[in-house]
Design a protein around this ligand. Structure first.
Ligand code: NDP
Ligand code: OXD
Length: 315
């Protein structure tokens, strides 16, 4: 029997607790802060935004599982125990993100913002619509989520390009990598989709300089941004400046440097911005607890863990 701790902040932990108890009656499940007992008895921690310093108090941890795909907040804790940190990779989460990306790429591609505004003004006017095959979507981050979105967008006929840290060859996708590959990647991108992790190297990467390099003169006649990676990637003031100067024609933002997005943020009311509350791909216990428990069984049987975060690269 292993002792599994759930420490979840910002999400309702009830569903996770129920799911873990149902799937793993052979293990002891305790929920922080009420049910912890002896910290030395805890073997695995399954967490979402635990307070910094919390995990340092558990001296016999064998692994830490992030209940989301990003583990940046965990790595930001200097007292994090030196055990493997595992992130979620799961078909359910991946498909939810793919849905989000496709929904918002199509929204910009089909000028839905414009038609919504026309409807409010009772205007019946058709605008020229380019074919998907004339429009280039660029995905920053060709990992699990970026690649799945790329494949779905290809099926819809878009020209797809992608940028990653290391070199990749992907059928039908124009690939670019590293700092030198960024500018050529951006120059050919009309709709920029950001699915990068938050690391020191990606902080503030969506800034005015980046946005100005996008292709605003392609078939769409403007450049668009979708960020569902992390808020620290984007500079809100630069996005607003780019919208105001016209280098950006629209933006969909799911993540923000400060969450919840402060009431005073001009992004809320900007006519060219769609705001969603960091729910592009919800982490759903029904699907994800199974992935975590499978990995715990692996570790207990001496098999290697999958999707372990590299503490050097930060993802
Ligand atoms: P992966 O680790 O599978 O992929 C990350 C990708 O980013 C890789 O292609 C990697 O390159 C690339 N990358 C990392 N650093 C750099 C860099 N410095 N320059 C260029 N490319 C870089 O992650 P996932 O696809 O699973 O998830 C991506 C992110 O999505 C998560 O970290 C999380 O922040 C966010 N997310 C957001 C959600 C939401 O609801 N909004 C839900 C789930 C995740 P390489 O392939 O060369 O390693
Ligand atoms: C995640 C998230 O990283 O929900 O999974 O943001």
């Amino acid at each position: 029997m292993s002792n599994i701790l759930l420490a979840i902040v910002g999400w309702d932990s009830k569903g996770w607790e129920e799911r873990f108890r149902t799937l793993a009656p052979q293990h002891r499940i305790s929920v922080w802060p009420d049910q912890v007992g002896d910290p030395a008895g805890v073997h695995y921690a399954c967490v979402w935004h635990p307070p910094a310093g919390l995990l340092a108090g558990f001296h016999n941890l064998k692994a830490i599982f992030s209940l989301g795909a990003g583990a940046d907040d965990l790595l930001a804790d200097p007292t994090l125990p030196a055990v493997p940190v595992v992130r979620i990779v799961d078909a359910d989460l991946t498909m939810r993100m793919t849905e989000y990306v496709v929904l918002h790429v199509l929204m910009h591609h089909r000028r839905q913002g414009l038609y919504d505004a026309q409807q409010r003004a009772r205007v019946w006017r058709e605008h020229e619509q380019p074919a998907a095959s004339d429009v280039s979507v660029g995905i920053m981050g060709l990992g699990v989520l970026g690649l799945s979105a790329a494949r779905m967008l290809q099926k819809l006929g878009f020209k797809v390009r992608g940028w990653s840290r290391t070199d990749k060859t992907l059928l039908g996708v124009a690939t670019f990598h590293g700092p030198d590959g960024l500018e050529p990647f951006l120059r050919g991108t009309e709709i920029l989709v950001c699915l990068l992790p938050a690391t020191p190297a990606t902080r503030g990467i969506i800034n005015l300089d980046t946005i100005r390099k996008l292709n605003a003169r392609g078939a769409l006649g403007g450049a668009y941004l979708i960020n569902a990676g992390r808020g620290s990637l984007q500079v809100d003031a630069d996005i607003l400046a780019a919208l105001d100067e016209g280098t950006l024609s629209g933006a969909t933002l799911d993540v923000f440097p400060v969450e919840p997005l402060p009431q005073a943020s001009p992004l809320w009311g900007h006519p060219k911005v769609t705001v969603t509350p960091h729910n592009a791909a919800q982490a759903v216990p029904q699907a994800l607890a199974t992935s975590v428990l499978r990995q715990i069984e692996h570790m207990e049987s001496g098999l290697p863990l999958e999707n372990v975060i590299d503490r050097i690269t930060g993802y």
